[in-house]
Design a protein around this ligand. Sequence first.
Ligand SMILES: Nc1ncnc2c1ncn2[C@@H]1O[C@H](COP(=O)(O)OP(=O)(O)OP(=O)(O)O)[C@@H](O)[C@H]1O
Ligand SMILES: [Mg+2]
Length: 495
Amino acid sequence: MPDDHESDDSGSQNPERGVRFVDTDLSINPSKKAQEEGFANTADKYYKDVQSIHGDMAAKRRAITELLFFASVGDLRRCQRIVRLWKLKVSDDACCDYDKRTPLHLAASEGCYKVTEWLIDQNAVVNCRDRFKRTPLEDAARGDHVEVTKLLLDHGGKVFEDGKLVDLSDSHLSGKMRDIPENIVDLEVDWEIDPDALTILEKIGEGEFGIVHKALFHGTLVAAKILKGSSAIALGDFRSEIEVLRKVHHPNAVQFLGACTKQEPYILVTELMVGGSLSDAMRMSRHFTLRRAMEIAVDTARGLAYLHAKKNGAIIHRDLKPGNLMIAGSQYQSRDSLVFDTGTIKLADFGLSKSLPVNKHAGYDLDSKFKLTGETGSYRYMAPEVFRHEPYNFKVDVYSFSMIAYQLFELCPPFAGMDPVDAARKAALAEERPPLMRLATKMPTMLALKKMVTRCWDPNPERRPNFEDVVKVLDDLIKMMPRETASSGACCSLQ
Ligand SMILES: Nc1ncnc2c1ncn2[C@@H]1O[C@H](COP(=O)(O)OP(=O)(O)OP(=O)(O)O)[C@@H](O)[C@H]1O
Ligand SMILES: [Mg+2]
């Protein structure tokens, strides 16, 4: 594999597993020159391996396919790495797919601001046309990605119409011009919240990207996540993603209420989840009954079924873990009764993978930074294909769900006692899965749950079920389980 440096991970040098990319935080290496030399040597070595098996062109085409994929999901670092390792030129005619869609088309149509900006900087042809004669500007405008549209306009973007390139304002998409501001910050959007309308109250938690406070917003208690390092967040990506968030309306998804993006720090405002997170709940001394564990799993699956079925393209969560499952309910109820009885589970922190660096979670050659700060929470739940840096789809959430379900039914985190990164490595490179104990018992309910969990963690994403199937299985099981006998079942603790 093209690699920035030597890796001792078993399986990483196996070219038959395809072209994969290893994440390395370049900032931690002392000598840039040494680093580049090391990286060139390793890349050459792998390049030869791949050549000998698939041939030079096949390897390069595969790299272009991966570049297209990572451009479409807005993963700038990996786009840069692929281009560098394979010495690709994004302006080349061959740097496209069968429909002549280029990385710029894909980044623009998905509203990926940072990647669009970088591709333009790399001399990508701004007005290249795909098989359907569409330009990246047309894709951005059709997708209502105002920020990316503005960026392309500023770089000479046009629309192809009647056999020639014309200005957006003279095209059939001229109506989109209404929304284009002089500056992105001037964009008037109905979800923008004036920070003065928020009274920030006590801190309730902290994650990698922000500090979460209780806040008062027009008489309602809400959660305000004050984002760390706001200046490093690409406002274009952040706003594109908020456009998506505001269209999410489901009983099992945390309701987005608005954001402050006109000045730093940026603040995300969502409904307050009075019961805290599932991760917090799993640290409490009391345990879930089997029925309650199943209710938690089915709520999660319902939320994900909705996100995956969104009309204008599935929303993939990508960072599913107990810390991102929140427990909702009335602020007048006790926390205990919300957590163990009546609270509804809602998905949190979905849809911000381009602007907040959630994708940093991918990669097994992880720099020590994450280990030292303990910011490894997501690895234990990470799909093998994400860990291996391969293109992925919505089935990554199904895998992560299987790990959470395992934890709920087996009473312990997957690969308990193992460092989260080592756990992810084991699952991704050795195709190991955590041991089944309770789920291995012969009780019909346990057998059915075992079948569901193991299908969800299938190494082949195509064979994993979708969430509507998962909901059906869990719903049927819950209906067969009377409430009064539910307490005899499994419980759950830890992490
Ligand atoms: N909407 C909310 N309502 C109530 N509490 C919340 C809400 N969002 C977050 N919290 C609390 O803040 C904590 C930190 O959340 P945050 O999303 O910042 O970090 P995380 O999910 O643990 O990790 P990551 O940074 O990877 O998302 C949560 O564990 C939870 O206790
Ligand atoms: Mg979170």
